[in-house]
Design a protein around this ligand. Structure first.
Ligand code: PLP
Length: 395
């Protein structure tokens, strides 16, 4: 049987690995040796699960969406990560990594952020655990996402606007890596998705796997069996999707459908659908599908959703797509907006624009569903942060 988990060398098929500067070799090697023993220690498990329960508010509900189920001809359940503290799944990962950093004796946290969601989650974890925190963010994103910048500052983080390149996420990541190279001994780099050099994709997937751990017992309780027929999630770097599918990766009874950001259309040149339009390259220390020119320059991604406009996708998902284990479809800006309004009006839930890219696949795949099929779709975050965008497009 195929195993879709990471192999001993940090690869998922031909994707993954750790392509890092010499100066970080020892730091990444230390993390590689430390992360599994820490994750499996009783001390970590107890601290992490206590925070997930009483601080984040887990378990997040698995909600049977009755009206949407009737519309799409299946039994649709929504995994409500939007109800977590700070409004999305990212806090699961940030808390876990800061706990790991503490156990490794690190005294300083750095992070990169695009829209600011991961920056806020990391700044939150650092406030809670009394760790100094520096967040790198592209100068353009600092302007565009000023509310999240204010949040990070209020939480006590130092936000460094990055003026190089296009002044967006890729440039912030480069700057964070530069900082890490200068302070490898005391600094822990908290990466926000299932990207970066091994062991980050596996570490982040394991921290987010609480999502599918809960789906298992919640389904057992609600439908009498512990697996769905379909799992659906949106994909930026891939962390909420990885958490959603983690415990079902090798369970072929469960079909996986992933939604990436089509932007203005995958043929338009203004897209973030890196699994479908990308080619193999090295980005942020990992061999993945990257949107790049013929000579390897990164193409700036575009999506209406700030959390999905990353020019690559994590190695786990690259492999699932290459192997045909996951069906990957793009949802364009207008389709996501429409889906967000539909969920709002039919179920009274305003989703994040990112999550709306998973919802927007329902009309595209409904013809595959039987009425008895159990479909679990992860609502990765809440839409408060996107209200301006929603109102602008639907006045
Ligand atoms: C950041 C973000 C995403 C995309 O990141 P993944 O790592 O692909 O999950 C999706 N939804 C929300 C709400 C986000 O904040």
């Amino acid at each position: 049987m195929t195993d879709y988990n990471v192999d001993r060398n940090g690869f998922y098929g031909e994707y993954g690995g750790a392509y890092i500067p010499e100066i970080l070799f020892k730091t990444v090697e230390n993390l590689k040796e430390a992360y599994l023993p820490i994750l499996e220690s009783e001390d970590f498990k107890q601290a992490y699960h206590a925070l997930l329960k009483d601080y984040v508010g887990r378990p997040s509900p698995l909600y049977y969406a009755k009206r949407m189920s009737e519309k799409y001809g299946c039994r649709l359940f929504l995994k409500r990560e939007d109800l977590n503290h700070t409004g999305a799944h990212k806090i699961n990962n940030a808390l876990g990594q800061v706990l790991i950093a503490k156990r490794m004796g690190k005294t300083r946290i750095i992070a990169e952020t695009g829209a600011g969601q991961h920056g806020v989650a990391t700044a939150t974890a650092c406030a809670l655990m009394n760790m100094p925190c520096t967040v790198y963010q592209g100068a353009l994103d600092v302007q565009r996402q000023h509310v999240n910048v204010e949040r990070m500052k209020m939480l006590g983080a130092t936000v460094v606007p990055v003026e190089s390149g296009n002044k967006t996420l890729k440039d912030a990541t480069n700057e964070a890596i530069r900082d890490w190279c200068c302070h490898p001994a005391d600094t822990f780099y908290v990466i926000g998705s299932t990207v970066g050099p091994h062991p980050y994709p596996d570490m982040v997937a394991r921290l987010q796997s609480v999502i599918s751990e809960e789906i298992k017992w919640q389904l057992k309780e609600q439908v009498g069996r512990d697996y769905p027929d379909y799992l659906m999630a949106c994909v930026g770097g891939g962390s909420n999707a990885a958490g959603t599918i983690y415990h079902y990766l090798n369970d072929e009874r469960v079909r996986i459908i992933l939604g990436e950001a089509g932007g203005k259309g995958i043929e338009s040149g203004e897209t973030a659908a890196s699994l479908q339009v990308g080619t193999i390259g090295i980005l942020h220390g990992s061999r993945i599908k990257v949107m790049q020119t013929d000579d390897g320059q990164i193409i700036e991604p575009y999506s209406i959703s700030a959390g999905l406009d990353y020019p690559g996708t994590g190695p786990l998902h690259c492999n699932l797509y290459a192997e045909g284990r996951a069906q990957v479809l793009a949802a364009n800006d207008n389709e996501a907006l429409k889906a967000a309004y539909e969920l709002t009006r039919m179920e009274g839930i305003i989703p994040a624009l990112e999550s709306a890219h998973a919802l927007a696949l329902l009309p595209k795949v409904a013809n595959q569903f039987k009425p008895t099929d159990v479909v679990v779709l992860t609502v990765s975050g809440r839409g408060d942060k996107d209200l301006d965008t929603y109102l602008k497009h639907f006045e």
